[in-house]
Ligand binder design. Structure first.
Ligand code: NOJ
Ligand code: CA
Length: 600
């Protein structure tokens, strides 16, 4: 049985066409050390540069320290741009670098128009922009519009009195049963993790709403002044040359003006759902994905895409942290032809299956393409909020498993987002003692049920020295012991390393027409051990990909499905030690082995 997904990409960029003309067959053995210009497949003015882009998430605090305070900084990112260029990334997304009291490490912004002094200055930022631009790497900023820090001057003013001009910038409501001496109860049952999302403010005797921590009060997006303020903020950084934004927690922007209670969430048998700590889980129909959020994103899309900056030409990119429960909900975030919203809302449906289950991957990959019409998917497997890719590991074949996952990520078409350290196989290393937790927002409050997000935010492992080349000081989070073996320097000298695999895969993604622009056809769909698909585009050779999802050797025959031309196949990339099949009749795969080939 053969399932086709039709993906009509708009025309390739001029530079991609150039890259394709230069296209040469690559096999792992033949992959040369990446040339210095890898990643230049997209010129600075390429309109559609992001449609086949590799976007690399940098967690600035943990990437590279240069002044010895143990905290990564902008100068550190600048010093590693050559590395990023050699990896072949098109853009870096910086998680928030704005001044912040760091209750949520930058997701609690206290000034949107500056750089956190821990990370550097605006002058450093401008230098980062120009150095990245020289290397054809675009910079995407994080934009936190749902909430500010409780220390932002807007909120400080807002809570001074009920008639302060900033009062209406946040979501203030009367409580229930409040008297002169009693704070009563919150306005409704909204909350999570067994706590209310409303905080009593004694001075003005009202409650304010905070979807996240008390230190992150929600802005009131029904107030037009809030929208205007964010347009100014977006323009401030666009003027400095940023290529776009990743919008944080976008589904949370608006609250239902009725402020009615949420119903209890129920499972398919009608039983109330409880969280890990036994607290009831609520529906989120009154405070998530409301139509008004879509309208605002439509307006922001037009504003950002219409922003003229001749010094940094090329189309802008809006990425959405959409966190939808289904791909159909995700599809809505692309907007309509007359009112586009996000260019790339994040698809987490595939990457966060969290189990190597072939049929689920096959279905979700199909859905990822077919449910979004002609739009481009953005697959996301990993980020600073969830355990790293080692969550898929079995403790024995972890590197091979990460090779397999990277193949699904980069050889499925569309845009891809990767997280710093994935390319070397960094391990999630959470703190073991409560007193060591730095992630107050995600950790301490819920300890030990949840150990926070420190484990996936540890310093980048550059070499095998004591602090992994991250800092000469004392790192803000400990460097995992695994850094002695898992690090860039060691892996750079090993042609069979995970880093070498990422480089080869990214290079292939950027240069092979079928991978870059084609559509996917799932193959061998009754096979529950091996995920196979082809990539096809008119005028280019078909590419087949097979990924063994098991620890046992597997053999697949794709010949009947791919058709009469499939008599022979040429290896483009294969796992270390893998064989080169002469035809599609017999592709042999070792444990979690991968084969990518081209039909001549
Ligand atoms: C999503 C971010 O990725 C996460 O780190 C943060 O805590 C929340 N949004 C709140 O801003
Ligand atoms: Ca520093």
């Amino acid at each position: 049985m053969r399932k086709r997904v039709s993906l009509t990409r708009s025309a390739a960029t001029g530079t991609l066409v150039l890259a394709l003309c230069l296209f040469a067959t690559i096999s792992l053995a033949q992959v040369p050390k990446p040339a210095a210009n890898v990643g230049q497949g997209n010129s600075a003015s390429g309109r559609d540069w992001w449609k086949n882009a590799v976007i690399y998430e940098v967690y600035p605090r943990s990437f590279q320290d240069t002044n010895g305070d143990g905290i990564g900084d902008l100068n550190g990112i600048i010093s590693r741009l050559d590395y990023l260029q050699s990896l072949g990334v098109d853009a870096i997304w910086l998680t928030p670098i704005y001044p912040s009291p760091n209750y949520d490490f930058g997701y609690d912004v206290s000034d949107y128009l500056n750089v956190n002094p821990e990370y550097g200055t605006l002058a450093d930022f401008d230098r980062l922009m120009s150095e990245a631009n020289k290397r054809h790497i675009r910079v995407i900023m994080d934009m936190v519009m749902n909430h500010t820090s409780s220390e932002h001057p807007w909120f400080i003013a807002s809570r001074t009195s009920r008639d302060n001009p900033y009062r209406n910038w946040y979501v203030w409501r009367d409580g229930k049963g409040v008297t002169a001496t009693d704070k009563g109860r919150p306005p409704n049952n909204w909350g999570g993790f067994g706590r209310s999302a409303w905080e009593w403010d004694e001075k003005t005797r009202q409650y304010f709403y905070h979807r996240y921590s008390v230190q992150q009060p929600d802005l009131n997006w029904n107030n037009p002044a809030v929208k205007q303020a964010f347009k100014n903020i977006l323009g401030f950084w666009l003027k400095r040359g940023v290529a776009g934004y990743r919008f944080d927690a976008i589904g949370d922007l608006f609250e239902d003006p009725s402020f009615q209670d949420e119903a209890l969430a129920k499972d398919k048998d009608g039983k109330p759902i409880v969280d890990a700590r036994g607290n009831p889980v609520l529906e989120r129909t009154k405070r998530f994905d409301l139509p008004a959020s879509h309208a605002v994103m439509g307006e922001i899309h037009a504003y950002v895409h219409g922003f003229d900056n001749a010094a940094f030409p090329g189309s802008r990119l809006l990425i959405g942290e959409t966190l939808t429960r289904s791909v159909d909900e995700l599809a809505k975030w692309y907007g309509t032809p007359t009112q586009p919203e996000f260019d790339l809302p994040m698809n987490t449906q595939v990457g966060f299956i969290n189990k190597l289950d072939v049929s689920t991957f096959r279905k979700r990959l199909l859905d990822a393409e077919s449910a979004i019409g002609n739009h481009v998917p953005l697959l996301v497997f990993d980020n600073h909020d969830r355990p790293r890719l080692d969550r898929y590991g079995d403790g024995v074949h972890d590197v091979a498993i990460q090779r397999a996952l990277a193949t699904v990520l980069f050889a499925s078409g569309g845009a891809t987002l990767m997280y710093y350290g994935d390319e070397i196989g960094m391990k999630t290393t959470p703190p073991t003692r409560r007193e060591d937790v730095k992630d107050r927002m995600g950790g301490v409050a819920n300890w030990p049920a949840i150990r926070g997000r420190d484990g996936e935010r540890t310093p980048m492992q550059w070499d095998s020295s004591s602090n992994a080349g991250f800092t000469t000081g004392s790192p803000w989070l400990p460097v995992p012991p695994s850094a002695s073996e898992i690090n860039v320097k060691t892996e750079e000298h090993d042609p069979d390393s995970l880093l070498a695999w990422y480089r080869s895969l990214i290079k292939l993604k950027k240069s092979n027409p079928a991978l870059a622009l084609g559509s996917s056809v799932m193959l061998d769909t009754s096979n529950n051990n091996v995920l196979s698909w082809s990539r096809q585009t008119p005028g280019a050779q078909t590419v087949v990909v097979s990924v063994n999802f098991t620890s046992a050797p597997q053999t697949v025959n794709l010949r009947d499905e791919v058709g009469p031309r499939a008599g022979s196949v040429r290896t483009l990339l294969k796992s270390p030690g893998g064989s080169d099949p002469a035809s599609l009749d017999r592709i042999e795969l070792g444990p979690f082995g991968v084969f990518i080939g081209e039909i001549p």
